[in-house]
Design a protein around this ligand. Structure first.
Ligand code: EPZ
Length: 415
């Protein structure tokens, strides 16, 4: 099994091209189920999760063929079942449910189980589709859904913000009969990107970028060509890499607005960030200060940046409190960071991080994507050698991580 070896202590300098966003590409690929015509997606990163989505779509009858950085999706739906073997690898597989129901009136999708960061139920996805007229039952670990005729428009008020439920219902609503209102919808940039692609496919959506999406269903969608937005979490991660090593990196293609509250927290911590027409310039010349953060739906501080920011706070001057409000178990990186010399205590949903002057290299292991990359960041700053096990977590969401960091001077290799 691959491992990553890092010799820490080098200030990073150079430029990193930010890839297309994983969490935008996943629902955008599912849009391939919504039309008989060809959907072309540009700026698609080479990531394990996207390969899993391609595998899932292929067994529904939709081929996803890469042509350079473009993915060409086309075909006809031949099978409405998303099997356990694929769904267990990637929870985002649940996103096919709404699209299959809207297109072929039925779907059988394995229930995603819990995962390392929390229980992650899908009740909001199911309740919303029921409001749109679907009949849903659970049997032998599968969601069985069907609808007589078309789904019908409905007014759906989410009790709390869910990225996945907003995406699933937005896709379904585009082909429903009548108007759907999604209230308290997620406002993540990936949702606006999905809406833009759906509009290019002929969907009628108002309120893009707000928490109230109004969709007038149409009878069919057509093909389109859509560029995927840059990955704000990858950009934020490399901003932390510049900051933790006291270096300077240009994040090509990254956009400040997409980072939401993460920018403010980095600035408060003593990181300099400026936006140019090429992307974001990030540098740290002086010491880091402890800053409190709390994860929230966009534009609040992203939960997908929490582990990386905690690695930064581990070497900041003073204390910081990191509170996780989105997932109940997203502190799996804490014991590993502590093995590298960090001083972090978890109390319920908050972690108190007392900054230390330096971290020390160690053998570490992580349980999810963002936890893994936080250990890479810690390794870049640590004295001595860090070995990160279970690199497959990183490959799910970071394209060419070691090449990108090595190009900026990091001593990092895959072994
Ligand atoms: C998306 O997951 C992202 N995944 C996650 O990124 C991200 O952490 C998360 O949004 C929050 O920003 C993709 O976009 C593929 P949610 P999702 O529905 O859609 C609860 C990464 O590292 N909930 O917004 O699954 C849920 O358990 C990943 O790239 C219900 O209770 O997140 C969680 O506590 C990990 N019932 C909260 O809501 C539901 O029906 C928010 O989850 C749905 C969600």
């Amino acid at each position: 099994m691959d491992r990553i070896k890092i010799k820490g202590g080098r200030a990073l300098a150079g430029a990193i091209q930010i890839s297309g966003a994983k969490n935008a590409a996943l629902p955008l690929m599912v849009c391939g189920l919504l039309t008989d015509e060809r959907l072309m997606l540009d700026n698609v990163a080479k990531l394990a999760d996207l390969a899993t989505m391609a595998e899932l779509l292929a067994q529904h009858g939709i081929a996803a063929e890469p042509v350079g950085r473009t993915l060409s999706l086309g075909g006809a739906i031949t099978n409405a079942e998303a099997p356990y073997d694929i769904v267990r690898k990637m929870r985002a597989s649940i996103l096919v449910l709404g699209a299959l129901l809207a297109r072929v009136g039925e779907a059988r999708v394995s229930l995603p189980g819990g995962c390392a960061i929390g229980t992650r139920p899908v009740d909001l996805h199911l309740k919303g589709l029921e409001q749109m007229g679907a009949q849903i039952s659970l049997d032998a670990g599968y969601i069985n859904a069907k609808v007589n005729g078309r789904l019908r428009g409905a007014e759906i008020m989410f009790p709390f913000v869910s990225v996945g439920a907003t995406e699933n219902l937005l896709m379904a609503a585009c082909l429903a009969d009548g108007q759907t209102i999604l209230a308290n919808a997620a406002r993540e940039p990936e949702i606006a990107d999905l809406a833009k692609c759906l509009i290019a496919m002929g969907a009628q959506i108002e309120g893009v970028g707000t928490d109230r999406l109004i969709i007038e269903g149409v009878s069919a969608l057509h093909g389109a060509h859509h560029p995927i937005l840059p990955d704000r979490i990858e950009a934020g991660t490399y901003a932390c890499a510049a900051a933790i090593t006291g270096g300077e990196i240009v994040l090509r293609g990254a956009r400040m607005a997409d980072l939401g509250a993460v920018t403010r927290s980095l600035l408060e911590a003593g990181v300099e960030i400026s936006e140019t027409d090429k992307g974001l310039q990030v540098k740290r010349l002086n010491g880091l200060h402890g800053v409190d953060v709390m994860t929230e739906p966009y534009p609040g501080f992203a939960t997908d940046m929490q582990a990386q920011f905690m690695a930064l706070m581990a070497v900041a001057e003073g204390a910081s409190m990191v509170t996780e409000t989105i997932f109940e178990n997203r502190f799996m990186h804490v014991p590993e960071l502590n093995r590298m010399g960090a001083r972090i205590n978890v109390h319920g949903a908050s972690a108190i991080v007392r900054g230390v002057p330096f971290l020390s290299g160690a053998q570490v292991m992580a349980t999810d994507l963002r936890a893994s990359v936080s250990l890479v960041l810690a390794g870049l700053a640590a004295r001595g050698e860090t070995i990160i096990n279970r690199v497959y977590h990183l490959d799910r969401g970071y394209e060419a991580v070691e090449e990108k960091l090595a190009a900026c001077g990091a001593d990092i290799e895959r072994i």
